[in-house]
Design a protein around this ligand. Sequence first.
Ligand code: NDP
Length: 321
Amino acid sequence: MSEKIERLKTVIIGSGPAGYTAAIYAARADLKPVMYTGMEPGGQLTTTTEVDNFPGYPEGIDGPTMMVQLQQQAERFGTDVRIGMVTAVELSDEIGGIHKLTIDDDKVIEAETVIISTGASAKYLNLPSEQRLRGGGVSACAVCDGFFYKGQDVAIVGGGDTAAEEASYLANICNKVTMLIRKDHMRASKAMQHRVNSLKNIDVRYNTEIDEVLGDQVVEGLRMVNNQTGKKEEIAITGLFIAIGHTPNTGIFKGQLDMDETGYILTQGKSTKTNKPGVFASGDAQDKEYRQAVTAAGTGCMAALDAERYLATVETPQEVV
Ligand code: NDP
C-alpha cells in the first residue's frame, strides 16, 4: 500500500533571518510555506548576545529574542515551522518540476519551490580555552560584538580579508588590536594590508598562534606562541575575535547546485535563482561578502518574491499519491 507523499508549495530550509524573512513574505503571498529549522533553530544569531545594528531596535535586542520574534511573525501569517533537518535533496532540472527532500533521513516530502537559507558557520580554532570562553569574550564577528570592547585591548586571529577588515573596524573602536597571523605574510588583498598597516593601534604579529586563551569566566588575556622560535608571550586583552573563515552549510546540495570553490551557492544576477528552476538561495549560504542579519533578511525577502513569481509562471503539477 503506497503512503501519500506530502506535497508542498514552498519549503524553506533553515531558520535564521533569511529563512524567517522568506517565510513572512511567502506566507503573506499564500505560498503556505513549511520551514525546517535545522539543528540550530534561529541560526548564528542565537549564539550572539546583543544585536545593536539591526534597524528598528533603538535599544538593541539580544539575538535569541530577535529570532523568537521573527518566528512569531512568520507564524502569525501561517508559516508551518517544523523542527527537523533536511538531510538529502533530489532537485529537479525541469521548469515546474518537483523537488524531493528527505527529512531526518526518514520522511520524504515534495516541494514545488525550495528556498535555501541554511547559513554558514564560523570556523573556530577549537582550542579548549577558546571554546570555553565563547560568549565570554570570544567572538567570531567583530561587526556584531566589537562595540562592547570600546576603548579596550583586543586581539584578532587570521590574515585574510575578513580578519584585515575586522581588525580595521576594531581599531576604530578599541584602544589596541593585536593581530595574530600564523604565516610570515597576510593573505588579505594588498589594499586591505595597506589599511591594516596604516593604523597605528594594530600590532601585527606574524608567525604567531594562540597557545591558550586566559581567563576563567571571561577573557582576561592571551598566551601567544611564535611558531618559528617557540617563544611564548602573554598579553592582557578582554576580547578575542576569530576571523579564520566561514563554512557555508551547503553540503547536501553539492553536485546539484552550482557553487564556488568554497561551497557558497551561486545565484543568477541580482536574483536568488540557482541553476535549478524553482530553487532559490538566500542569506549566508550564498553570501561570503556581507554576512549581516539585515542583508540575509533582504535576500530572504527576495527569495520569497522570486518563488512567488516562479510559481505564477509554471503550471501546478499533479499531486503524486
Ligand atoms: P580566508 O580563507 O581568505 O582567510 C582565512 C585566514 O585565516 C587566513 O589568513 C588563514 O591563514 C587563517 N587561518 C585559517 N585557519 C587558521 C587557524 N587554524 N589558525 C590560524 N589562522 C588560520 O577567509 P576570509 O573570511 O578572510 O575570506 C573569505 C573570502 O571572502 C575570501 O575570498 C575573501 O577575499 C572574501 N572577502 C572579501 C571581502 C571584501 O572584498 N571586502 C571582505 C571579507 C572577505 P593562512 O593564510 O595561513 O591559510
